[in-house]
Design a protein around this ligand. Structure first.
Ligand code: FAD
Ligand code: AMP
Length: 479
């Protein structure tokens, strides 16, 4: 007879492993089932995020950014670095080491918190039972009072560009190139496409990004998106909007891509092509027929605001449910459901989830854009401050970008913070806290910020909401 658990989590990504750890901390007997297995037959924890997502992509972004700095910016600072070159294989090996350390760390955290890790593919077979098939095909059924499905997501594939190993790849393949391609095509100007395109562009690829939509980063505040597009173009990314990919043909070591734009049919040849057209929930086969858990036509599991599915003892979190596909969103949901299962009250503020694009400069935002607020009929006032006027930005050689705050015109409550600039991803935490605490733009304006810091731009943007920025001449002057 297999063990019985208070909670079994299916999937050990940032949603699942965090949920299992929290459940154990709450005194529950918790297990996590993970199907990912290493070449040497060991279970691999951390999901997309640690293995083929957030962390490896950031390792490559950091290395490629340092390369650009050493090659182009050091001289300005008086640093004579000589001939700078990139050893791509070594950069990849460093990334692999980071991934290995982190995934091993999760194994240690699970063990240290008393979570039972079960290797195998999990399936919800009834409201309180999970069947696990291990790597040898043996199945074991575990009883659990509660089940959390955290099965994550996988890249979307599109018929015009079937994958071909090493040549036409998804985001996972793009983290494995062993040399810099000369001509690189990227389909999709979403977050992942822009990050991966940036990595290889910095290392010398001629990068063309083909994006079907006419708008660039429509989820980002208009002013910030416009500035980001300009900055990325200056860096050499050829971003073609309104360019829908309709076909491709592999010819030897090259791939010919067909797309349509306003001028008609176009064709481009690349040495590598990255398909970054979004991700889809990975829920096929995770729930047995007849359990009664509802999914939509795309495979997302239906959940309420507290991640309850249509079956009371089963919860679902992270990329396999509605909402942004972000690691921190998955983790917060994991904590919330563990707390609920442990009998506590818990909820999440879905209006205060930050987003970051780790290009250089970074783009980060939380809350409403100016356009969204207006379309909801909210009258807003805004304040912006350019990093060009920041002393710290000058010292850092990072004067590009701006910070922008959107506040309710009547109540002054902060509705959104949008930043394009160095370390924007760190700075946006101030906006998250402002939203969580319901603070006003004036609260931020009256806060004492350390000098000199990049965050002073956020302070100045808050002051600018009332036309009172100190370190620039305000466009609107108010008493
Ligand atoms: P996943 O991380 O996908 O984990 C799900 C796990 O469940 C996997 O390990 C899978 O093997 C396992 N599993 C699935 N089905 C079963 C089953 N039946 N039985 C057992 N195990 C199963 N997000 C950010 O917040 N910041 C970033 O900078 C960022 N960068 C990214 C860069 C790239 C290139 C990509 C691809 C993604 C990035 N993301 C980023 C998104 C982030 O990785 C995901 O939002 C996050 O991993 C979702 O977590 P999850 O736990 O829901 O699912
Ligand atoms: P995201 O979902 O943020 O990862 O972004 C994926 C992007 O890919 C979206 O902006 C889509 O418009 C874009 N996209 C999807 N299909 C195509 C296509 N056939 N050609 C060009 N762009 C596409």
């Amino acid at each position: 007879m297999a063990d019985k658990f208070d909670v079994i989590v299916i999937g050990a990504g940032p949603g699942g492993y965090v949920s299992a750890i929290r459940a154990a901390q709450m005194g529950l007997k918790a297990a996590v089932v993970e199907k990912w297995i290493s070449e040497d037959g060991k279970p691999v924890f951390g999901g997309t995020c640690l293995n083929v997502g957030c962390i490896p992509s950031k390792a490559l972004l950091e290395a490629s950014h340092k390369f650009v700095e050493a090659k182009h910016d050091f001289d300005d600072m008086g640093i004579q670095a000589g001939d700078v070159s990139m050893d791509v294989k070594k950069m990849m090996a460093r990334k692999d080491t980071i991934v290995k350390n982190l995934t091993g760390g999760v194994a240690g955290l699970l063990k240290g918190n008393g979570v039972t890790a079960i290797q195998g593919t999990g399936k919800v077979v009834s409201s309180k039972q999970v069947e696990v098939t291990d790597q040898d095909g043996k199945t074991t059924t575990y009883d659990a009072d509660n089940i959390v499905v955290a099965a994550g997501s996988v890249p979307v594939e599109i018929p015009p560009t079937p994958l071909k190993e090493g040549l036409v790849v998804d985001s996972t393949g793009a983290l494995e190139f062993q040399e810099t391609p000369k001509r690189l095509g990227v389909i999709g100007a979403g977050i992942i496409g822009l990050e991966l395109g940036s990595v290889w562009s910095r290392l010398g690829s001629e990068v063309t990004v083909l994006e079907a939509m006419d708008d660039f980063l429509p989820m980002v505040d208009g002013a910030i998106a416009k500035e980001t597009q300009k900055l990325l173009k200056k860096q050499g990314l050829d971003i073609r909007l309104g360019a829908r990919v309709t076909g491709s043909e592999v010819k030897g070591e090259e791939v010919v891509v067909k797309y349509t734009d306003a001028k008609g049919e176009q064709e481009m040849t690349f040495d590598k092509l990255i398909v970054c057209v979004g991700r889809k929930p990975y829920t096929q086969g995770v729930i047995a027929d007849g359990v009664g858990i509802e999914t939509d036509e795309r495979g997302f599991i239906h959940v309420d605001d507290q991640c309850r599915t249509s079956v009371p003892s089963v919860y679902a979190i992270g990329d396999c449910v509605r909402g942004p596909m972000l690691a921190h969103k998955a983790s917060e949901e994991g904590v919330m459901v563990a707390d609920i299962i442990a009998g506590h009250k818990a909820e999440m503020n879905y209006d205060a989830i930050p987003n970051v694009i780790y290009t250089f400069p970074e783009v980060a935002w939380v809350g409403l854009t100016e356009q969204e607020a207006k379309s909801k009929g909210i009258e807003v006032k805004t304040g912006s401050f350019p990093f060009a006027a920041s002393g710290r930005a000058m010292a850092n050689n990072a004067t590009e970008g701006q910070a922008k705050i959107i506040a309710d015109a009547e109540t002054d409550r902060v509705l959104g913070m949008h930043i394009v600039g160095q370390h924007a991803g760190e700075m946006v935490a101030q906006g998250v806290i402002a939203l969580e605490f319901g603070s006003s733009a004036e609260d931020l304006a009256l806060t004492c910020y350390a000098h000199p810091t990049m965050s002073e731009a956020v302070h100045e943007a808050a002051l600018a909401v009332e036309g009172h920025a100190i370190h620039m001449v305000n466009r609107k002057k108010k008493k």
